[in-house]
Design a protein. Sequence first.
Length: 276
Amino acid sequence: MVVSRAVLVTGCSSGIGRATAERLSVAGWKVYASARRIESIEGCEGCQLLQLDVTDDASMRAGVERIGREEGAVGSLVNNAGYSQSGAVESVSIEDARLQFETNLFGLARLTQLVLPGMREQGWGRIVNVSSMGGRFTFPGGGWYHASKHAVEALSDALRFEVQGFGIDVVVIQPGLIRTGFAEAAVGSIEQEDGPYARFNAAVGAATAGAYENSFARRLGGSPETVARAIEKAVTAKRPRTRYRVTASAGLLLTLRRLLPDRAWDALVGRTYPKP
């Protein structure tokens, strides 16, 4: 059976998703760049455009079925769509928290379920899940976002074992500080209201905005293209690594969190975030 070289990338309206779709297309892969709003991906160089909302089952099913008709199967899936819901755990509505998980976790999981039968039939496939360095540690004010990315890491570990016998690899990408619109979206998600967390949430917003523009980020961070290069390796390598840390900031902070006891980590982040 001919193995499909079609790559489905989610969240391609900007940033990492768009950079990945265009990079893989230039490298000769048949790329289906997808986004919730089709107009947001117009001009994505060399790509097939696909309207796909990872919170809508019918939309995901239709997208996978189209690729199946045109290419036989999805050869590689890059689960990139996601965003950050910031704010103290208590101050974020449970509706907003559910939407965070619908986008960052359940959409990823459902789309994976939909592409696996085709990959299994052809005996080859790649599932590339864009997590975060924040899938291994937690900053104050990002509890819901970090919880969703911790879940992506756990799901990926289970899935890797379950599908490797079918010739399918599961790879986790762990970006560090990346200069995209991510920070602006995270800051914009914080509810501005009076209450016991007002000062804390304001500080979270300021720290998040500053983290991507300070000297530390400039020296140890990266661009969407930096992540796109790692994703290309995950898709093309004969035997890809199970995880790719992207940028020096990811390596440094993941190592610090692994070495520091909980209270020492709390003291470290307490230099930036005031306690409510």
